[in-house]
Design a protein around this ligand. Sequence first.
Ligand SMILES: N[C@@H](CCC(=O)N[C@@H](CS)C(=O)NCC(=O)O)C(=O)O
Length: 214
Amino acid sequence: MPEYALYCFAQSGNAYRAALMLNLIGADWKPVWVDFFGRMIQRTPEYRTDINEMGEAPVLVHGTRKLTQSGVILTYLARRSGKYLPQGEDEELEALRWIIFDNQKVNGFLGPYRFLRNWVKPPADPAIHAFFRGRIDGNLAIVNKRLAGRSFMLGEKPTIADVSMAAYLYYPAEEFGFDIAGTHSNIAAWLNRIKALPGWKHPYELMPGYPPNL
Ligand SMILES: N[C@@H](CCC(=O)N[C@@H](CS)C(=O)NCC(=O)O)C(=O)O
């Protein structure tokens, strides 16, 4: 039996952070598919009682431990493997700073924006799209500036701050309706550096449930 199990589904950028990390550290793991669109099991009382009281994917199962929140999962896996681990207190805090900024402001807006564009019926009001797009453009510019003259978010070595921030950005440009890499050259070069790391795989290859069962 694989050492780790990850509750996930192909379209989830939040889950992809954890799946990508498991692959990058060479962990022995298996995905457990969350039927997010069809049965919407994440909203059932059983899921909230047995799997995750927050009603979300990803969930990492390791022995008797069940961990949720991709930032927590990334921290746990980095500490256990010693890989992609920020070194020392200053780097740890710096990584946490970017992981929170990512969760709340970068992919925290990009994820719902992509979800509204592709999977919500009836379509959302254009004013909502415009609000998200404005926030996304502003926050991607901050990340692009951060990567000027740096290979990775914290410096010259990749850490969990990169795994967190990059994950959503590998989904197809058509799903976002604009080409992030095409318009942000530092982000584009950084995404290529992460893609070249051993173990990197596209989210639709790494996690089950593509195409979605709408
Ligand atoms: N901050 C969380 C976000 C997790 C999250 O929002 N996951 C989505 C799937 S991408 C979810 O399960 N949403 C529950 C729902 O919409 O019912 C993390 O990084 O793990």
